[in-house]
Design a protein around this ligand. Structure first.
Ligand SMILES: NC(=[NH2+])NCCC[C@H](N)C(=O)O
Length: 587
């Protein structure tokens, strides 16, 4: 099934081709002025500009050709040569019927036969997750769902930060505190005690202390660096301790992601690729791509014509420790070998753009990426009311867990105020509050273009009106309850038939889903889906305000409207699912 605007573009394209012009001029898009027409084609202007003809005359020729097709209710030339297009209701009904039969709801097939790796989440072992990691999880999860729906084979990798300096900082902190002396015995070779000497609570104290100490004291930092290099060098006691940090931290992280409804296919990290670093480095050296520079081993990535200085990618420091860029480069090698993807998409803070530019250039220069396109889809920051990066009241880093708890609490309050679920069992009330809280957070985040910074505003995010997650959940639940009542009376909707402007507007919006999905994929921009689903809910609201459904006496109309409700609900929940938003059974 092709999307409606594609189908129309193909027809208009043929009309342009008949005039000896490129079919691309036949591009038909939903109208910018829905009050004037449903679709528009502006190609005559560009075509005439190129060919030197009169745009209105060309538009007229195209229109004359299009008239041969029976699906058009209106073909009108406006202004200097725009073509305004309306379809007949019969044509729209037929397309809605086809869409209701398609389980994919006409989703584009851009990814059929293609594989992508999406790298998102990126929390650091032993460090608390902060709001940047939250954005990565929310945006990455939505993109993963979208690409999958568009036919891609998608592998989501959390890419844990588990191999950097923070591990050395922690190890040296544990050493200084004398917490687990056995691991620091030079002669330690195992066995590794099952029981971890550190807990999650310990980690929450140890890491901030270690990090502060290293910031304040160069000698302390040197200890951390040394421990990092020794860990990477495979010192058994340090590896054992690292395994404990990892296990404790992983459990905590999984719990946090679960509360967000975010899942990963792979729990790999920087450390996972450690074994392939030495052969990769040897290969780069042998091919003359890696060179010594001030004691370190680097890959030059500057290119002629660079506007900004591009520092070399450091592979090995003088003490032999590997860096963030090294593990990222090796991870490309690993992913290409394991999955041979067409695309590797990194959903990471925009401030790391320079880093990815370096890594991508090095990978391309060395031919390590196979057929994969490497792309960084960055995002901006979520700020507090003061416009500065979001902090706790006490001025500390806002932890993800606390943020979710805060949002759920606000959702609970709102639900109580609105009298929603007052008589439901406690467990269900709690489940609704969780789902509403997470929806508020996700929708607020996703509805901004990813690179745009935004301000955390709990009050606005959790409202049941306006562009919010809770409003859309409520809209879906409302339709579901209409359909439930209908089912109780044994009524099942038929294929919808348009009889009014409100039905027409709603159907047109439903039929625009494939275009929204395609545009959102193309721009890696879930905000396009947010805009789409909000407009859909509004179109439904207008339809429902004007027309009876269950109380309609004309049986044919009633069943057709039920059919339209059904198709709306299916579309609404599908898009919410693409945004990672769950709809409660009732509200
Ligand atoms: N392949 C990657 N570098 N992914 C992103 C990792 C993000 C990193 N751990 C951070 O917290 O900043």
């Amino acid at each position: 099934m092709t999307s409606l605007s594609r189908e129309l573009s193909a027809i208009a394209g043929r009309a342009f081709a008949d005039e000896g012009l490129s079919a691309e001029f036949g591009l038909v898009k939903p109208s910018d002025r829905p009050d004037l027409s449903q679709f528009q084609c502006n190609g005559a202007l560009a075509a005439a500009k190129k060919g030197g003809g009169n745009p209105r005359m060309l538009a007229q020729k195209v229109v004359d050709k299009l008239k041969a097709t029976s699906i058009f209710a209106k073909l009108e030339i406006a202004g200097p040569g725009f073509i305004n297009i309306d379809l007949t209701d019969t044509a729209l009904d037929a397309r809605a019927a086809a869409m209701s039969k398609d389980a994919r709801l006409g989703a584009p097939e851009t990814g059929i036969g293609k594989t992508m790796v999406i790298d998102y989440g990126g929390p650091n072992v032993a460090k608390p997750m902060h709001v940047g990691h939250l954005r990565s999880a929310i945006i990455g999860d939505s993109l993963k769902r979208l690409f999958r729906a568009n036919g891609w084979k998608v592998v989501g990798d959390v890419h844990l930060g588990d191999w950097g300096l923070q591990m050395g900082q922690l190890i040296s902190e544990v050493a200084l505190r004398g917490i687990a002396p056995i691991y620091f015995d030079e002669a330690f070779t195992g066995p590794y005690p099952e029981e971890s000497p550190v807990t999650m609570d310990d980690l929450e104290v140890l890491y901030p202390a270690a990090s502060a100490a290293c910031k304040a004291d160069e000698a302390r930092l040197e200890l951390a660096r040394k421990a990092t290099a020794e860990l990477q060098g495979g010192r058994p006691g340090y590896v054992a301790l690292w395994k404990h940090f990892f296990a404790v931290s992983e459990k905590g992280l999984k719990r946090e992601y679960a509360s967000l409804g975010v899942e990963f296919d792979l729990w790999n990290g920087e450390a996972s690729v450690d074994p392939i670093i030495p052969p990769m480095v040897e290969d780069l050296k042998a091919r003359g791509l890696a060179e010594e520079s001030q004691g370190a081993l680097v890959v030059q990535v500057a290119e002629p014509g660079d506007k900004k200085e591009m520092p070399p990618l450091i592979l090995l420091k003088s003490d032999g420790a590997v860096l963030y860029g090294t593990t990222d480069l090796a991870t490309i090698v690993d992913r290409v070998k394991e999955l041979d993807p067409n695309l590797i998409l990194y959903v990471v803070d925009q401030r790391q753009h320079g880093h990815f530019e370096q890594v991508f250039r090095a990978a391309k220069k060395a031919g390590l990426a196979g057929k994969a396109e490497l792309e960084h889809a960055g995002f901006g920051t979520m700020n507090g009311a003061d416009g500065k990066p979001f902090k706790t009241r006490a001025g500390g880093v806002m932890k993800l867990f606390d943020l979710i708890a805060m949002t759920t609490e606000e959702a609970r309050k709102r639900l109580t105020e609105a009298g929603i679920g007052a008589d439901y069992p406690e467990a269900e009330k709690e489940d609704i509050a969780q789902k509403v809280g997470v929806a508020a957070l996700k929708f607020a985040d996703l509805s901004n273009y990813r690179l745009t910074d935004y301000i955390f505003d709990l009050e606005r995010f959790t409202k049941f009106e306006g562009k919010t997650g809770p409003y859309l959940q409520y809209a879906a639940v409302r339709i579901r309850s209409i359909l439930r009542r209908a089912a109780e009376e044994g009524l099942i909707g038929t294929a919808p038939v348009i009889r009014s402007p409100e039905e027409r507007a709603l159907m047109l919006q439903i039929l625009a889903l494939p275009d929204a999905m395609e545009a959102a994929e193309e721009k890696r921009a879930p905000n396009i889906l947010c805009e789409y689903v909000f407009t859909l809910a509004q179109a439904f609201s207008r339809f429902y305000a004007e027309h009876h459904v269950m109380s309609e006496h004309d049986e044919e109309k009633r069943l057709s409207r039920l059919g339209l409700c059904g198709l709306t609900l299916e579309t609404l929940t599908k898009v919410l699912d693409l945004l990672g938003i769950e709809v409660p059974e009732r509200m």
